[in-house]
Design a protein. Structure first.
Length: 183
């Protein structure tokens, strides 16, 4: 009885403090908290260390800690690793900051769009919805069943592998490819 009471008190204190949200999935082995912003959560994901390094190199940390709302399509480390050899190292160089910022802001939408809202927009547009990004890119959103995809201006298709990771300033959708603007 004492152990059960201790567990209930511990659970209650976690829930009251806002430290746990059952509806948010784990990302990169880390819990994602709705009361933290995109950067505060992303830094804990072991699957997004390259993205976090890129956001820092592009000078976008302060922006993504801002009020938002933002929808971020967050490529995994594997997605960055799939780019041609040397691409990430080149992009992280200070002289390529503007190009990197363009690529990263093309993964951000100035809205709080969960997958259900995106799928409704796809339905409203008869099967394909243009997604206008902060970086000026236009991706094409589609879905089949409950699987959402984005296609970039070069024809690369990214699958949303983890959807609806709620943040205090928006939502993250984890994707399996880096989307690139035509350059």
């Amino acid at each position: 009885m004492l152990i059960k009471t201790i567990r209930l008190v511990a659970l209650a204190s976690v829930l009251i403090s806002g430290a746990a949200y059952a509806e948010n999935p784990m990302v990169g082995g880390a819990p994602m908290y709705e009361n933290k912003n995109i950067i505060e959560n992303a830094v804990n994901s072991k699957d997004h260390t390259t993205l976090v390094a890129a956001v820092k190199a592009a000078g976008l940390v302060e922006t993504l800690q801002g009020k938002g709302p933002f929808t971020v399509f967050a490529p995994t480390n594997e997605a960055f690793d799939a780019l041609p050899k040397g691409t990430v190292d080149t992009l992280l160089k200070p002289e390529n900051k503007d190009k990197l910022a363009k690529i990263l802001t093309c993964h951000v939408v100035a809205a709080n769009a969960d997958s259900k809202a995106i799928m409704k927009m796809v339905d409203d547009d008869k099967g394909a919805h243009p997604v206008k990004t902060v970086g000026g890119c236009v991706w094409t959103a589609k879905y089949k069943g409950d699987k959402l995809t984005l296609t970039d201006e070069n024809g690369t298709v990214a699958n949303v592998t983890i959807a609806n990771v709620k943040q205090s300033n928006g939502v993250i959708h984890v994707i399996d490819k880096v989307l690139l603007p035509k350059m």
